[in-house]
Design a protein around this ligand. Sequence first.
Ligand code: ADP
Ligand code: MG
Length: 242
Amino acid sequence: MSLLEIRGLTKAFGTTTVLDGVDLSVDAGSVTVIVGPSGSGKSTLLRCINHLETPDAGTISVDGSLIAYRRDGEVLRELPERTIAAQRRRIGMVFQQFQLFGHMTALANVVEAPIGVLGRSRRDAEERGRALLARVGLDGREDAYPRQLSGGQQQRVAIARALAMDPTLMLFDEPTSALDPALVGEVLAVLRDLAERGTTMVVVTHEIAFAREVADTVVVLRDGRVERVGPPAEVLDDAPVA
Ligand code: ADP
Ligand code: MG
């Protein structure tokens, strides 16, 4: 069974329908890249998966836990609050604008939730946090504050912070869009490494070369609908995606 199954997902803001019957299946260990023009609903889709938005209709199942919404947004099949909370903890999200805590060092950013939410000991969290920072190429920068780091380094801290929660699913919303072109490659290299380690990932990006190389599945979203879906070689060949 797929790790993530979405059926008929619909979401409107006021009278504007932003997601219009989206279906999506993501297998464990696979990389799904979502492309599409600005305003096509990519961020809203990720936010629904992470319970940051409430859909108006459809079903979302993560790791076998199904939540279903009726046409008017009423929750038809509820998940216990603690299941939703548990899911949220295990779905890592990385944003375009990093969203690090500016007054905390890189290591403090990474260990905050494992200690505060998962109840890990500081010692264990820091040991693992250092290893994660090393994994994203930030060995030696544990004590740096975000303002002392480049955008690419900040985004790599954000990725390490998400990984520190042992996510079953990682969501990336245009993780390189805010970066100087020279810094895009170092962040994509981290994503590539995660993919090679079998991390289940859904990545919204305009980096088509990355999608071609790393994605198992490419989804083209347009006007809130899945316009095309399939392996990159099929979907990206001469398809205008933006
Ligand atoms: P994308 O990420 O593909 O650029 P979004 O999911 O951010 O698209 O937005 C899709 C549409 O929904 C846009 O027209 C956007 O203005 C609108 N939208 C997104 N979030 C909200 C919100 N909280 N309230 C009202 N409209 C929103
Ligand atoms: Mg967006």
